[in-house]
Design a protein around this ligand. Structure first.
Ligand code: ZN
Length: 477
């Protein structure tokens, strides 16, 4: 047990890859031992976290979207209809070719994404302008034959938790407004996970295959690389023309619809774990923590009154909807601290005979380790207000880290230097040649043009021409 009570339970976060692999296992998020490359298994504790995360997403979307569920299999003839879309995905598709031992007449693709499953049905469902806007989403698994190094929650062959929304609008402008709305929703979603995200408009060569344009959100990981954690695509009427989705406008004319799609995956969980965790384990924002409070009775022999008090506190907290565990096991307090710190429980309450005499408990914060005495009388209020303090403080800490690691750069050498620890922001003339040259010379990617930028005039960092926009450049996952 002494071994388990050592301060650092995990490798230093400086060795991020090692730390990440370890925390997934020791924090019981994902088991990596499933015998197929790129497929991983959610531990029940990890799945509980996933459920809380996706509950937030559902709550945000359900205000004006409807949830649905489409089949996993897409017939080859539908999948092959949109030329650019195929080009973007053909190397990554798994095909079902047989039913038992008989070859299928039409091969079936395991969805890598669901445009070609959903849009043939949209053709049947959309009739008139009264059917618009149509906003549906589903949370499903998708399959992509990744050839790059796979990594749990980040680069997968089975994405287990793809939330994809698909909307249909009367005009291009309405669809553009929906793309902005999607980014606003994602920013709010990530705020609940205490993660600051950076939205930017992807350069043309990095947009979704078949889209007019793509806006994506990135999170900054501890190793200075960025992780794309949400995308929103304006599809124009490209898919509408391919799948013949038209509506009758108010003048009785048949018009093609305009569409968007936007997605978030379990990368949201990867970012949450990576950004907040430390060398003692997970650090959960209270909004999503599977266990929000753990109560540890401090008893040396069976002290019925202490256990009784702990039970009462548990009931009080549960009565206001808090997720509580009372750890009355025989382990020593130190071992219990270790266990629940690894699980990232935001608040620990310690109650012993002396606390009881004062009608109090000792409250310890997982994020800072700070302790304070709180009264048992209004313990639920104390805990709830501590949740909001922790929630804000995690966000602020992450935000400061991002702000500190985004640096304006005036030369390629400066870019090279700064992307080792974070994101470089540079002037770019907007020419594809300069963009590709920039990526090539610094060995990193252009994320895109920040959506919130107040600009500014400068000189393109590659060709020196006048430039009216800055772009983010970073090493990416
Ligand atoms: Zn240039």
């Amino acid at each position: 047990m002494a071994e388990q009570e050592k301060e650092a339970a995990l490798p230093s976060k400086e060795s991020f890859s090692e730390w990440y692999n370890d925390i997934l296992q020791k924090g019981e998020i994902m088991d990596v031992r499933y015998p197929v490359k790129g497929l991983y298994v959610w531990y029940p504790f990890g799945f509980n976290l996933r459920r809380n995360v996706y509950d937030i997403m559902r709550k945000l979307l359900d205000k004006d979207h409807q949830e649905t569920l489409f089949p996993l299999l897409i017939p080859e003839n539908e999948f092959m209809k949109e030329a650019e879309h195929i080009k973007g995905f053909e190397d990554e598709v798994y095909w079902v070719t047989h039913g038992g031992v008989s070859p299928l007449d039409v091969k079936l693709a395991l969805r890598p994404t669901s445009e070609t499953a959903i849009y043939p049905m949209y053709k049947l469902w959309v009739r008139s302008h009264a059917d618009l806007p149509l906003k549906l989403y589903q949370i499903v698994n998708t399959f992509r034959y990744e050839t790059k190094h796979t990594r749990p929650l980040i680069r997968l062959r089975e994405i287990t938790s793809f939330k994809e929304a698909h909307t249909v609008h009367a005009t291009w402008e309405d669809a553009a407004a929906q793309v902005d709305e999607a980014i606003r929703l994602y920013t709010e979603f990530y705020r609940k996970l205490a993660i600051p995200v950076l939205p930017s408009k992807r350069p043309d060569w990095d947009k979704f295959p078949g889209a007019d344009y793509t806006i994506a959100t990135d999170a900054l990981m501890p190793d200075g690389k960025t992780l794309q954690v949400g995308t929103a695509h304006h599809l124009g009427d490209n898919f509408a023309k391919t799948f013949d989705i038209q509506y009758e406008d108010s003048e009785g004319e048949q018009v093609y619809v305009h569409q968007t799609c936007y997605g978030v995956s379990e990368r949201s969980v990867a970012a949450l774990i990576s950004i907040h965790g430390d060398e003692k384990g997970l650090v959960m924002p209270p909004e999503v923590a599977p266990v929000q409070v753990v109560i540890i009775p401090i008893v040396f022999k069976k002290a019925e009154d202490v256990l009784q008090a702990c039970e009462e506190v548990k009931e009080k907290l549960e009565a206001v909807g808090i997720r509580v565990k009372l750890d009355a096991s025989d382990n020593r307090p130190g071992a219990k601290y270790y266990k629940w710190e690894m699980k990232g429980v935001p608040v620990r309450l310690e109650i012993g005979p002396r606390d009881l005499k004062n009608n109090a408990a000792m409250l310890a914060r997982r994020d800072t380790g700070e302790k304070q005495q709180v009264s048992l009388d209004n313990i639920e209020d104390e805990v709830l207000s501590m949740f909001s303090v922790i929630q804000d403080s995690l966000y602020e800490k992450a935000k400061q880290e991002v702000d500190r690691r985004i640096l304006d750069c005036m030369s390629l050498d400066e870019v090279k230097k700064n992307i080792t620890t974070g994101i470089a922001k540079v002037f770019w003339c907007g020419e594809k040649d300069c963009g590709l040259k920039l990526e090539d010379e610094v060995g990193a990617g252009i994320l895109g043009i920040p959506t919130s930028q107040e600009c500014c005039q400068g000189k393109c960092v590659v060709c020196g021409a006048d430039a009216g926009t800055m772009v983010y450049v970073a090493r990416t996952y």
